[in-house]
Ligand binder design. Structure first.
Ligand code: BGC
Length: 816
């Protein structure tokens, strides 16, 4: 039985993690590291990272080891807090972004050093008798327990508890308990803030020359005043001011001495106390980050002080209780329970936890592709947020989804400026990569040319409105986004006489980043059509239902009736490249006729790092996809294609798809389910669900793969449970993988919460919020009444279909 693979030690016996050994023991609600090994440190720093959508801090240690660049990155980041450098282009063209944006590594406030007489606690010296670090997914807290013997034989037990407050944007807290086990003697606790911080990407990524170069966050004021520490630093170019402050509290019945030191980059407080065998000394540290991006620079220090005093009065344990109840509420609606597969259970919860942590919540910040867990991708937001993360959040945490959309709305003006810069007379063009709303991608063929970002953002707004019924949001924000993004399509494309006056969109890049600057990328055209129709339909609806607001909006945007007609005309006449002989759509005008790749030209070891070893032209010229492209559109617009059509395209494109982006496999997993290739779907699913936890790609040290994490939920709900939304109704077509006993999840749709439980005998639908609703199970309508189970008998036997394309599925046959 596949489920028997679980082992306490996390050894992989069978199944999902055959790809790579499970790194952490399987546990439904915890990620446990039971041995400190410096070789795993870099990876663990991401896995054990904590964040609250604003502060993100890596799972580095309080004692502040100086890891080299191969083994660690001390990192704390603030969502939206960045530095810019002039981008060093070899050759500059009009419209290239001038300056970079890089999420900055900021002052390290976590440091707590412990000294026993003249010996400093250091896990690399002496001996570790016990070690356990646990990320408690249910509590939002990281706990480390160590029993350590110093080189001179002093034995102590230390417990660190750390949280980044999910209820206070500007707060992080650490509690440290120290118990001498075999001695009485002096203990020194030294709490520091370190302002000597630089980003590492320049050193660790040879393909990047983007800045920031050297130290750009320069301390301007360093203070250590009794229990209160602070460092105010300023960025060199963006001129943002950031105060990191910390309030420290020693809880002990014994007397202690306090002393302070202010150094060039450091502020510290030392507590000197007489330790007594078996008596625990408790130390609490509250850390706050407040920047001039949120407040007047003259006020930020005062604000940190207020936050710290309040936190210290409340105490760590109370803050931890608030944390727990926040996480409880999140999982109450978001949890997916998988019975009989602890590995996947752990995987999905770990992924949901990280997604929840990473969302910007202030309407001014979004979510980087790596969350706030590392320097990967410079902290940039991509389409990942709209097409993956929001697609999940709308069903499980609509507020988080809304905050992320608010970020895009707040950057609409920057997108308007960018549209003008790119030569469009009006409208808004969203950036491919960004922190502050402006374009930050320096390589336009795989950056700015991905115009589909406009349609993706519109799609996400539309999905939010559809799922939540938030009509006010449609009127206040979404409508404007639809219109402004749609306008750009009118200018990028044209009605081309030689193509029967069809509307063609030229010189763009679709999602597949192994093909660039093409005409009529089918994904782009399909999604642009949606974008144009959202704009047109919303205007029609507003004219009828919200005339006053419509007039105000049309006036403000100088929207003309002729433009509206053009939205409709372009949508109705959109061109799609179709090959009559193959009877399929091309990924773009020329993709189908490109040269196949030969395996001997591409040795295995170079294959997943194409841009490191091959010129982009070599890559673009060949017929292969880095990630799903047309298939992505078919998944998104499943109601617009027949099953036969999807199957035909799947057969053609799936073998061409190398999945060199982590955004790909979850979509193939969903389509595989739709087509009844359940075994294959399961295979795809397993490569998404524990991608980061088992570090399949050996890249988790640079940060989480947030889109893929969302992809796990998508695979379960949109894939295995077959959930779609048609005609304002939820439709399910469930399947249960053989290895699972049962699975269940909640979705919120139009303010109703529906719980779905699927086992091998039956499917149980239950409405848990709302009085009544109608859903569809396959083709059959079901009426759900609050709190009443509606049970459908399952017939899952022999549903697996043979997939011809995968008979001798070899990813490389595309090259042959
Ligand atoms: C993918 C993009 C994605 C980006 C960030 C790239 O490798 O091709 O689609 O947006 O990573 O995750």
């Amino acid at each position: 039985m596949i489920n028997s693979r679980m082992s306490e030690k996390g050894d992989n016996i069978l199944g999902i993690s055959e790809k790579s050994k499970a790194i952490y023991p399987y546990n439904e609600w915890e990620i446990i590291e039971d041995r400190f090994d410096v070789n795993n440190n870099y990876r663990n720093e991401t896995v054990f990272a904590l964040s609250n959508g604003y502060i993100g801090t890596r799972g580095t240690f309080e004692e502040n080891y100086k890891f080299d660049k191969e083994t660690g990155l001390e990192g704390t980041f603030l969502n939206g807090f960045y530095e810019s450098e002039k981008i060093r282009y070899g050759e500059f063209n009009y419209g290239f972004p001038d300056v970079s944006q890089t999420m900055l590594n900021v002052q390290n406030g976590k440091i707590i050093k412990i000294k026993l007489d003249d010996e400093e606690f250091n896990m690399n010296e002496g001996s570790i008798l016990e070690y356990k670090r646990v990320l408690k997914l249910k509590e939002g807290i990281l706990i480390r327990n160590i029993t350590w013997v110093s080189p001179k034989g002093k034995k102590i037990r230390i417990t660190f508890k750390r949280l980044v407050s999910l209820t206070n944007k500007h707060l992080m807290a650490i509690k440290c308990e120290i118990t001498p086990l075999n001695f009485d003697g002096e203990i020194n606790i030294i709490s520091e803030i370190d302002g000597d911080v630089i980003n590492h990407t320049a050193d660790t990524n040879p393909l990047i020359d983007y800045g920031p170069y050297s130290r750009v966050l320069q301390p301007e004021e360093i203070k250590a005043d009794n229990t209160l520490l602070s460092i105010i630093s300023k960025t060199k170019n963006t001129k943002f001011v950031l105060c990191c402050a910390s309030e420290n509290k020693l809880i002990s019945n014994n007397d202690y001495k306090i002393s302070n030191v202010e150094e060039e980059y450091k502020s510290s407080v030392r507590y000197q106390i007489q330790g007594i065998q078996n008596q625990t000394v408790t130390f609490e540290k509250y850390i706050s980050y407040v920047s001039s991006m949120d407040y007047d620079p003259n006020e930020i220090k005062g604000i940190t002080n207020k936050i710290l005093i309040q936190a210290s009065t409340e105490g760590f344990n109370n803050i931890a209780m608030d944390q727990k109840s926040y996480v409880y509420d999140f999982f109450d609606s978001a949890d997916v329970k998988i019975q009989g597969d602890a590995a996947l259970q752990q995987g999905i919860r770990f992924n949901l936890f990280h997604l929840m942590q990473a969302c910007g919540r202030d309407g001014k910040t979004g979510m980087g592709a790596k969350g706030i867990t590392g320097e990967g991708y410079e902290g940039h937001n991509f389409w990942d947020t709209e097409m993956y993360i929001i697609q999940v959040l709308v069903y499980i945490s609509k507020d988080l989804a809304k905050h992320l959309l608010d970020f895009r709305y707040s950057t609409l003006d920057a997108a308007r400026d960018r549209a003008i810069e790119l030569g469009h007379p009006n409208g808004a063009l969203y950036p491919w990569r960004t922190i502050n709303g402006k374009e930050a991608s320096a390589y336009y063929p795989l950056g700015t040319a991905q115009y589909h970002i406009n349609a993706d953002i519109s799609y996400a707004f539309h999905k939010y409105v559809e799922v939540t019924d938030d009509v006010e949001y449609l009127v206040e924000k979404a409508a404007e986004v639809y219109i402004e993004t749609a306008r750009v399509w009118l200018d990028v494309g044209d009605f081309i006489k030689e193509r029967d006056n069809k509307f063609c969109i030229h010189c763009v890049t679709g999602p597949d980043e192994y093909t660039a600057l093409v005409d009529n990328n089918c994904y782009t055209n399909l999604m642009a059509r949606e974008n144009l129709l959202y704009a047109y339909d919303t205007v029609c609806w507003m004219k009828k239902n919200r005339l006053k607001e419509y007039k105000e909006l049309a006036n403000r945007l100088e929207l003309k009736e002729t433009e509206l007609e053009l939205f409709k005309k372009a949508a109705d006449n959109m061109y799609f490249p179709y090959d009559e002989k193959l009877e399929i759509y091309g990924q773009d005008d020329t993709f189908l006729y490109r040269k196949p790749w030969h395996p001997e030209r591409l040795p295995e070891e170079k294959r997943s790092l194409l841009y490191k070893y091959y010129h982009p032209l070599f890559v673009f010229r060949h017929k292969m996809c880095k990630q799903v492209d047309l298939l992505m559109a078919m998944y998104l617009l499943r109601d617009k294609f027949s099953k036969e059509e999807i199957e035909k395209h799947y057969q053609y494109y799936e073998p061409l798809t190398l999945n060199h982006s982590s955004l790909s496999t979850c979509i193939l997993g969903i389509l595989s389910c739709d087509l009844g290739y359940y075994d294959k779907a399961y295979e795809y699913f397993t490569s998404t669900s524990r991608l980061d936890l088992d570090d399949y790609n050996q890249s988790v040290h640079t940060g989480i793969h947030a889109a893929n994490m969302a992809g796990t939920w998508m695979n379960i709900v949109f894939g295995f449970a077959g959930m779609k939304t048609y005609d304002d109704k939820l439709t399910f077509n469930p399947y249960i993988p053989k290895a699972w006993g049962s699975y269940s999840f909640n979705v919120t749709y139009k303010n109703k919460i529906i719980n779905v439980t699927i086992n091998h005998e039956q499917i149980i639908y239950k409405l848990t919020q709302g009085d009544e609703c109608v859903i569809k199970h396959k083709d059959k309508e079901l009426v759900l009444i609050k709190d009443k189970d509606v049970v459908v008998t399952a017939k899952f036997e022999n549903v697996e279909k043979e997939d011809d394309s995968s008979k001798d599925k070899d990813k490389h046959k595309v090259f042959g």
